[in-house]
Write a protein that binds this ligand. Structure first.
Ligand code: C5P
Length: 399
């Protein structure tokens, strides 16, 4: 996928720097050549020796090294690669990039380059959400700097939130997308459902479920990264809208179906939402009162439309590829295969959501992709890595 590509990796000084060692290997696995530059702070986290050994080449660190300058000046160095990647990108290096400061070799190269730059931020959650960092990121984005991540989750500093370095496969996918002028899904339209649906009982009460929307949102972002024009139809979640994606915010299953149909025609539909199977019959227009000594009200449920089955139904508006999800707690493959037939979709992404797997709300997912030709069990991956892999498979199928 990256054969013949030259990646110049700038490692700045954060605890996530150790993951850059794996990034070097994964890029090489894809056929890329990787040259590396360490900031002064990065040397506190990874050794030049390890980086040199893994990248099989010199490690650039010193702005005033006569040896480096006589062999290749910093301007040349900043331009010989196809892409500059800053991973991890600390709050400090993002601030220096935004301000145009060239105080060491890494920042000088970033200022001197005429090549695209991709940054993978990694820092403490408060540093990431700080107004200064957010303003720097906005400035850099407005100048065309590409970003991957950060992810959200537990951090080395014992805090939780956004700021974690994106997973290595996700960074590799972002590098491939940045280097791939073809953008394999350019011109293709996608509809993705995500999150739970919320079924109102009365104006203040509702029935919902534990879906976080992480997997569906990640799929929308991954398809957009490959160039697709994506409409994400999302139930209520705590997640930010993915960049470069049109988002329709909905609540009930009926609203979700209507928003999906409004987004057609599409080449691919991915139904990752945890749609409530039933809605409430006769939603009360006023808050149901608790009368002293009165019997609890009964709620009658009525079946909701099946969005996946509706989008899969043959007809002119059917997307060429319809992908559903199957969350199962037993007989994963057999149940998922039966679901594929029953719903009429092309593929099913099957995952085990038994208690203890941590799939619901968690960051990792171990899925099996079931297609017309068989089943393919993927290793346990971060949900964004699952999304990147699924987007690649979709791009292949639609090519
Ligand atoms: O029937 P079940 O809920 O197990 O099927 C799961 C798949 O069907 C998921 O892809 C989900 O998004 C989709 N689905 C739907 N509309 C429903 C119920 C499920 O799109 N009403």
């Amino acid at each position: 996928m990256l054969a013949g590509k030259k990646v110049f990796l700038i490692i700045s000084g954060g605890i996530a720097a150790y993951k850059s060692l794996d990034l070097i290997r994964r890029l090489q696995d894809q056929g890329a050549t990787v040259r590396c530059c360490l900031t002064a702070n990065a040397k506190e986290f990874v050794t030049p020796m390890a980086v040199s050994a893994l990248s099989r080449g010199p490690v650039y660190m010193d702005q005033f090294s006569l040896k480096d300058e006589s062999e290749m000046g910093h301007i040349e160095l900043s331009r010989q690669a196809d892409l500059l990647v800053v991973a991890p990108a600390t709050a400090n290096i993002l601030a220096r990039m935004a301000a145009g400061i060239a105080d060491e070799l890494a920042t000088t190269l970033l200022l001197a380059t005429d090549k695209p730059v991709l940054a993978a931020p990694a820092m403490n959650v408060r540093m990431w959400t700080h107004a200064a960092t957010q303003a720097n990121v906005a400035t850099l984005k407005s100048r065309g700097i590409l970003f991957v991540g950060p992810g959200e989750g537990p951090m080395a500093c014992n805090e939780y939130g956004p700021g974690r370095l994106a997973e290595v496969p996700e960074i590799v996918a972002a590098i491939a997308a940045a280097l791939d002028p073809r953008r394999p899904l350019a011109g293709k339209r996608a509809v993705v459902t995500s999150g739970p649906t919320v079924e109102p009982i009365d104006p203040v009460r509702f029935i919902a479920n534990r879906s976080s929307g992480k997997q569906g949102h990640a799929i929308a972002a991954a398809l957009a990264a490959l160039g697709a024009e994506v409409t994400l139809v999302s139930g209520p979640t705590a997640l930010a809208d993915p960049e470069g994606v049109t988002v329709a915010h909905v609540e009930s299953a009926r609203e979700m179906l209507a928003a999906c149909q409004a987004a057609l025609p599409a080449d691919v539909a991915v139904c990752a939402a945890a749609v409530a199977d039933w809605g409430v019959d006769g939603i009360a227009t006023q808050k149901i009162k608790k009368e002293p000594g009165g019997a609890p009200p009964s709620i009658r449920l009525v079946p909701n439309p099946d969005i996946l089955a509706t989008l899969s139904a043959p007809g002119a508006a059917r997307p060429r590829l319809v992908v559903g999800f199957a969350a199962e707690t037993e007989n994963l493959i057999a149940h998922a295969q039966a679901k594929r037939a029953r719903k009429g979709c092309d593929w099913i992404v099957a995952n085990d959501v038994s208690i203890g797997t941590g799939t619901f709300g968690g960051d990792a997912n171990q899925v099996t992709l079931i297609t017309e030709t068989g089943s393919d069990a993927w290793p346990a991956l971060d949900k964004r890595a699952v999304a990147a892999r699924l987007a690649d498979r979709i791009a292949e199928a639609l090519s």
